[in-house]
Design a protein around this ligand. Structure first.
Ligand code: PBG
Length: 324
């Protein structure tokens, strides 16, 4: 009688490591940084313990420290002093992100600097595009917004950004950005598109960190409905047609099925965004002694890899790098 036992290969750490299917490496990590023009020294983000709004100089130092941990890529978000209805600071030559890109590339030239391209942090109303607002009714204009997004992308590339990451979810923005980059001589600057980005409650803490909560309405007329998986595949297909070089699924944990389907179907370099709410949940539970922070975080990272992620954007990047 054959004894069918899966446990034979689980007996020791060495045996388990011989048959392990998925591996996490520090080169998988992208570390987001919030750079603020409104502060003179770092300000903690209350809902994201361990995360800070940074000055330009601090961002350069943080990037250098992350490089020291083995992290090879940062993703920048900006918090400007001045917001208006055309998001001027998003594409200002001396805008906060443009300054931060230059400072980080000077401090750590090899660091891959990715810039989030969106308008919400720079708009007085907090929407990701040009908006017409009448009371509670918000109309976000698609094609008019593309021009501003393209300008922001070019200004980031001019400052020295290595990868452009549009997160606004306007239709056609990858194509508009690609054309604008090419026209400006940045044919070799890749685009990492937030291709399947859902209208998620898990972004709550980020909107505190980036001061980007919409003043009226919500983002459901441009970000995806959490109920839709097939539509996510259409979003990704369109972005690839529009010449996205890398695609992203966001959020992560509640959308592992989408991540898996995107990787299986398109076999593109695929990133997942471990978003602010996912980070905050583990931090809060750990602070209460309810979860082991390190074990939980590492399990989540591994789950992303197993589900098909090549890259993981996470606020826990420096901790993970040190735990690896
Ligand atoms: C900007 C943007 C958001 C996030 C990344 N880029 C917020 C949003 O869409 O409301 C969320 C990141 C996070 O929650 O960690 N549009």
């Amino acid at each position: 009688m054959l004894s069918r036992r899966l446990r034979r290969l689980r007996a020791t750490p060495a045996l388990r490591s011989l048959v392990r299917e998925t591996h996490l490496a520090v080169s998988d990590l992208i570390y987001p940084l919030f750079v603020s023009e409104r502060i003179t020294s770092r300000v903690p983000v209350a809902s994201m313990p361990g995360v800070f709004q940074l000055t330009v100089e601090e961002a350069a130092r943080e990037a250098a420290a992350a490089w020291g941990d083995g992290i090879q890529s940062v993703l920048l978000f900006g918090i400007p002093v001045k917001k208006d209805e055309l998001a001027h600071q998003a594409y200002a030559e001396n805008g906060i992100v443009q300054q931060a890109v230059r400072a980080i590339k000077t401090a750590v030239p090899q660091m891959v600097v990715i810039t989030d391209v969106c308008l919400c942090e720079y708009m007085s109303h907090g929407h990701c595009g040009i908006a017409q607002i009448e009371g509670d009714h918000v109309k976000v204009l698609n094609d008019d917004s593309l021009e501003l997004l393209a300008r922001a992308a070019v200004s980031h590339a001019e400052a020295g950004a290595d990868i452009i990451a549009p997160s606004d979810m306007m239709d056609g923005r990858v194509e508009a950005i690609r054309e604008a980059l090419d026209d400006a001589g940045f044919e070799n600057t890749p685009i990492m598109s937030y291709a399947a980005k859902f209208a998620s409650a898990f972004y709550g803490p980020f909107r505190d960190a980036a001061d980007s909560a919409p003043q009226a309405g919500d983002r459901r007329s441009y970000q995806m409905d959490p109920a839709n998986g097939r539509e996510a595949l259409r979003e990704v297909a369109l972005d690839i047609e529009e010449a996205a070089d890398m695609v992203m699924v966001k959020p992560g944990l509640a959308y592992l099925d989408i991540l898996w389907r995107v990787k299986e179907r398109f076999e593109m370099p695929t990133a997942v965004y471990h978003v602010s709410g996912e980070y905050a949940m583990v931090k809060a539970a750990a602070a209460n002694g309810w979860l082991d922070e390190r074990a939980t975080t590492m399990e989540v990272m591994l789950a992303f890899k197993r589900a098909g992620a090549d890259l993981i954007v996470t606020y826990a990047a420096r901790d993970v790098a040190q735990w690896l």
